[in-house]
Design a protein around this ligand. Structure first.
Ligand code: AMP
Length: 649
């Protein structure tokens, strides 16, 4: 940002206090923030209370070599033991996962069954020569063998690197090479809207470039006669047959690696984010307990893909360590129809539901009738993650999914943070639609200007975390310098998130998007998120993305790309109306100079809008890298539409 702070443009006045019945039973009670003021002591209490250790830690955090912090460094544990074995006596027959296949098949796995599967596969991996510290790549869809594979690695001390099952061969190869993985676990194919996506064939292309891979384990899921290479490839079902279900868990140090998860950097090579054992498990169990208010009878559904950090932390490790019953769904939310998720909620009696704003905006676009077909009264708590949620999308979620009764936890965090950092505690914090509200107990966050000075309440700037936290990334795999440069150099002593944020007079945090996306219009820093929110607040609009493009007069001008709700036709009158609407909502400076109606927006595979490409289109530049895009074909279409769009003089 050129200026020291961000304009604070959009105002949102609605407040939703916790319903009294919810507050009365909530895991988090008032006073929790005071209890956590001494953050070191608080995290130590959580670590001792929530984790079963072979040797309890005595050191909270070793701060002798910042920012290479070490948490609970003398503690010894096994993460899979914490997720499975310790539950067997008390809740062994409780359902760990209700799994729903896209074609409609079902599997239910109790903790006892999951423990057996993990034990067998862990022994099988050992049989393939996988040892403590070895890296194992996992390239799968949302089937039970995916968490089984992760837990089997954790059990024997191997480090998993899960690569999202929708990624290309190239993306897979790059990640395998960077981590020097020894074994790849994949499946023959995965279901996607009724068709078979050829995972194994894709993997084979990647494997041409990955000399470190010794064996490939293939789960049979779709029956597509996947090619198998003799001596290297082995079917999962053959491998586990006859294996002992008991596999002694490896005793791990708290700071040993648990997993690597790659996140795309702004340039070039993806970053291998490193998470370790004890601090990570402390972070995810504590946040899962308080943020999702998890109770023994809940049916909890985090509808993310395990290929993203959300799935690692809040489908696998947090919920299982907390002994929760989870839901896993394999397929697309609109297959066979646009009410698939709501049908599952009704059938399984889901009580807690967690998804992304991009999904919520898609539900809005599809129309209210799909959730209305189902009885969603089992729901008691909703969550979102991944992007700033526009207040209008929040309101829609609250009304049409939450029946007006469920609190919504808007959780801000990153692959790098491992666990939720900024979030309401349902039952304690008054909600404001569009705000992630307050730092989680034991987390320090601030908004700073270019010089790193705290910006007073009411102002905007860069979001930083002010002290270490247990589930923080430890480094970028194999690249300590990149860890230092990316996260710790911009503001010495503080972790730089890369996000812009503002705080309102109550100290609530409002996320404004990645700072790279923020626009500079006539000397004012304007957040893409705020202008998008204003657009989405118009009843005709389902989704919007805005970017700043060079303008001879104002430096940058705002270019908007808008998808309309079902049945609405975009014309020039609507363009004028939308410009006026933005002008009225946040001020004339934020009026888009051009508005292009488009059937869809370019998104990453985790659903984040790729503004960078819209910027390329707006500036008639050669398009940047589109390989991580979920819907690459839309880019050409938008470029064509933008070519003919009218512009405000
Ligand atoms: P990832 O590393 O893929 O998990 O993406 C992390 C980024 O997603 C953050 O840096 C934010 O830009 C964005 N993000 C995640 N959750 C939220 C949220 N609740 N509100 C606003 N932005 C979010």
């Amino acid at each position: 940002m050129a200026d020291s702070t961000l304009e604070n443009l959009l105002r949102e006045e609605r407040v939703f206090p916790p319903p009294p019945e919810f507050a009365a039973q909530a895991n988090a009670q008032p006073g929790i923030y005071e209890e956590a003021e001494d953050w070191r002591a608080w995290w130590m209490r959580q670590a001792l209370e929530r984790i079963t250790w072979y040797e309890e830690p005595t050191v909270v955090v070793d701060e002798s070599n910042p920012p290479f912090y070490k948490w609970f460094v003398d503690g010894k544990l096994n993460v899979s033991y914490n997720c499975l074995d310790r539950h067997l006596e008390t809740i062994g027959d409780k359902v760990a996962f209700h799994w729903v296949g896209e074609p409609g098949d079902r599997r239910t796995l109790t903790y006892r069954e999951l423990h057996e599967h993990v034990g067998r596969f862990a022994n099988a991996l050992k049989g393939l020569g996988v040892r403590r510290g070895d890296r194992v790549a996992i390239y799968m869809g949302m089937i039970p063998e995916l968490p089984i594979a992760m837990l089997a690695c954790a059990r024997i001390g191997a480090v998993h690197s899960v690569v999202f099952g929708g990624f290309s061969s190239d993306a897979l190869a790059d990640r395998i090479i960077d981590a020097q993985a020894k074994v790849l676990i994949t499946q023959d194919g995965s279901w996607r809207r009724g068709t078979k996506f050829p995972l194994k064939e894709n993997a084979d292309v990647a494997l041409e470039r990955t000399p470190t891979i010794e064996h490939v384990v293939v789960v049979e899921r779709v029956g597509n006669d996947a090619p198998m290479t003799e001596g290297r490839d082995v079917w999962y079902h053959d491998l586990v047959e006859g294996q002992d279900a008991e596999c002694e868990p490896e005793v791990m140090g708290a700071e040993d690696l648990l997993y690597i998860l790659y996140t795309s950097g702004t340039t070039g090579k993806p970053k291998g984010i490193v998470h370790t054992q004890g601090g990570y498990l402390t972070g995810v169990t504590t946040t899962h307990h308080y943020v999702f208010d998890i109770k023994p009878d809940d049916v909890y559904w985090c509808a993310a893909d395990i290929g993203w950090v959300t799935g690692h932390s809040y489908i696998v490790y947090g919920p299982l360590a907390n002994g929760a019953t989870g839901v896993m769904y394999e397929g697309a939310p609109d297959h066979p129809d646009k009410d698939r998720l709501w049908q599952i909620v009704e059938e399984l009696g889901v009580t807690i539901f967690y998804t992304a704003p991009t999904a919520i905006r898609a539900f809005m676009k599809w129309g209210d009738e799909y959730p209305a077909r189902h009885d969603l009264s089992s729901l008691r708590l909703l969550g979102t993650v991944g992007e700033p949620i526009n207040p209008e999308a929040w309101m829609w979620y609250h009304t049409h999914i939450g029946g007006g009764r469920c609190p919504i936890v808007d959780t801000w965090w990153q692959t790098e943070t491992g666990a939720i950092m900024i979030t309401p505690l349902p039952g304690v914090v008054d909600l404001k639609p569009g705000s992630a509200t307050l730092p989680f107990p034991g987390i320090g966050a601030d908004v700073v200007d270019d010089e790193g000075n705290s910006v007073p309440l009411g102002g905007g700037g860069y979001l930083v975390l002010t002290h270490p936290w247990p589930s923080m990334l430890r480094t970028v795999y194999g690249d300590d310098q990149r860890y230092l440069d990316t996260y710790w150099s911009r503001f010495p002593g503080k972790y730089f998130t890369g996000d812009g944020a503002k705080r309102d007079p109550d100290g609530y945090f409002w996320l404004l998007g990645r700072v790279d996306d923020i626009m500079l219009v006539a000397g004012h820093n304007i957040s893409t998120a705020e202008v998008e929110s204003a657009l989405v607040a118009h009843p005709a609009v389902a989704e919007a993305a805005v970017v700043g493009r060079s303008d001879p007069i104002t430096g940058q001008a705002i270019a908007a790309f808008v998808t309309l709700r079902a049945g609405i036709v975009g014309d020039e009158a609507l363009i004028d109306e939308l410009r006026e609407h933005v002008g009225k909502t946040i001020g004339p400076i934020a009026k888009p100079k051009s508005i292009v109606f488009t059937p869809d927006l370019p998104k990453t595979r985790s659903g984040k809008i790729m503004r960078r490409l819209l910027k390329d289109i707006s500036e008639h530049r050669q398009l940047g890298d589109v390989t991580t895009l979920a819907n690459a074909e839309i880019v050409a279409e938008i470029a064509e539409l933008a070519e003919h769009a009218p512009e405000e003089e």
